[in-house]
Write a protein that binds this ligand. Structure first.
Ligand code: HEM
Length: 451
């Protein structure tokens, strides 16, 4: 009886959330955007697949006011893009997240400036230097875990966004005390919420969009520069240490770049992974069994177990394959004409790799719509077949951190929660703020496991 009451209570909580979601943004988008932009925002993966089916590969992607981008979902052409000499391309002028990043962050840089900046940052993002940070990720999991009761409803996206935000801020500002960290979370939340990639299609004069965004950006910048300086004074500045001596605006553009590039991407991947683990009980039970076989071990022993678990690793890879948060990466041609499949592209033309299509090539991925982690246990894939983090000289600098974060959060979640999906809705990928993810809330009815 008590179990039945709980199920009903959880279902009501979930239904309320779904109702609130359904009366929000998509309908506004439908009213203000032309049909092709609306279709892209609400069904980006299908939209890209339709273009490829219609035009062949490579295929053109174009939106009003933005240059046409020639995209490929084919691994041979992906190799052409990712192995081209660094001086063949520059970063695209119209980056949908450009306004969040500013001009000086790593993503907006090109050529030798880009390469030398990367060189300075890379040591802080290596597997070895990230290893001590694992404990901060575990602590973050327990901070959030404490805030949940013994049982109830957990909304996957909230859990994921919350964890990823705390983790990226702890990574950038390891010296902040708790009250400062809370302030940093609030400022970042307000700043990110004040922007949406769809703003790019909205002119400056429309009230309430750019003005609020600029205000939230200034608030974040003022306080985050103080945080940076206090880190310098203490001699603790984690990955930002190479920026001592840079101008204020450079420092802030880098900070915003790491936050923007590292927050929603990681959260979206975590949301998909938790969804797919729960939509197939065999996968959830197998993972739980493999990870909790030595139940009474300490946190550190458990960390070691989960980090070396191959099945968990394959779940993370398969989630990034089936639902890559970044659907395509782009480059702008700078110094010579470029043969791209059957297209001859010229200087200033844009091209790129469509990751969501690359990850569905049937020759490489049989039954690509099925979530099958074992495919990563059965064989290895080249960096031109599997590229959730892009590739070449621009490959995601935070890839190791993202995978570490995903493994730890999933591993600890599976150990400490017994949960099942509420409802039978299959979440659709949609354009979130900057990535492609499940917008409609996904609820888990959970009971905590006690050790
Ligand atoms: C699952 C999570 C993540 C995914 C799927 C992801 C994906 C990507 C992709 C596709 C790119 C573009 C690569 C290209 O153009 O070839 C990129 C670049 C980048 N990412 Fe990530 N990322 C993730 C997490 C992170 C994290 C945690 C950080 C930082 C702490 C980060 C920082 C960056 C930066 C700075 C770049 C620009 C690199 C450059 O231009 O040299 N990312 N990411």
């Amino acid at each position: 009886m008590k179990r039945q009451n709980n199920i009903i209570k959880n279902y009501i909580t979930y239904s309320k959330k779904i109702f609130l979601h359904s009366i929000s943004s998509s309908y506004i988008d439908a009213m203000i955007f032309p049909f092709n932009i609306y279709t892209f925002l609400t069904s980006p993966e299908d939209y890209l697949l339709d273009l490829q089916t219609k035009h062949g590969d490579p295929f053109p992607l174009s939106f009003p006011g933005a240059p046409t981008i020639w995209l490929t979902g084919n691994s041979d052409l992906a190799k052409v893009v990712f192995t081209a000499p660094a001086d063949s391309f520059k970063t695209s002028d119209k980056n949908p997240v450009g306004p969040l990043l500013g001009k000086d962050g790593l993503i907006m840089q090109s050529g030798s400036t880009h390469l030398s900046l990367r060189k300075e940052f890379i040591p802080n993002f290596s597997k070895k230097s990230l290893s001590p940070f694992s404990e901060n990720i575990v602590d973050t999991f327990f901070e959030i875990h404490q805030n949940h009761g013994h049982s109830g409803v957990l909304f996957i996206q909230e859990f994921a966004l919350n964890s990823a935000l705390k983790i990226i801020l702890k990574f950038l500002f390891p010296h902040l005390i708790q009250s400062e960290m809370e302030e940093a979370e609030k400022l970042t939340g307000n700043f990110l919420k004040s922007y949406s990639a769809s703003f790019l299609f909205i002119p400056n004069w429309v009230p309430g969009t750019w003005k609020t965004f600029n205000q939230k950006k200034n608030e974040l910048d003022n306080r985050f520069y103080e945080f940076f300086l206090s880190g310098v004074a203490l001699g603790i500045n984690g990955p930002l240490s190479s920026l001592e001596g840079s101008s204020k605006s450079q420092v802030l553009d880098h900070i915003r770049t790491f936050i923007v590039a590292g927050h929603e991407t990681s959260a979206t991947s975590l949301s998909w992974a938790l969804y797919y683990i729960h939509q197939d009980l065999y996968i959830r039970n197998r993972l739980q069994e493999e990870l909790t076989i030595f139940e009474n071990r300490s946190k550190n022993d458990f960390l070691e177990i989960l980090l070396s678990n191959q099945f968990l690793d394959s779940i993370v890879q398969e989630s990034l394959r089936i639902r890559p948060p970044v659907p395509f990466v782009t480059r702008k041609i700078i110094n010579r004409a470029f043969i791209f499949g059957d297209q001859k592209l010229n200087i200033d033309d844009e091209l790129g790799v469509c990751i969501s299509l690359l990850h569905r090539q049937p020759e490489t991925w049989p039954n690509p719509s099925e979530f099958k982690p074992d495919r990563f246990l059965d064989r290895k894939y080249s960096p031109y077949e599997f590229a959730p983090f892009g590739g070449g000289t621009r490959k995601c600098i935070g890839a190791e951190l993202a995978v570490l974060e995903l493994k730890i959060l999933i591993g600890f979640y599976i150990k400490y929660y017994q949960s099942e999906l509420i409802g039978t809705n299959i979440p659709r990928p949609e354009v979130m703020q900057i990535t492609i993810g499940p917008k409609r809330p996904i609820g888990l009815s959970f009971t905590k496991r006690i050790f």
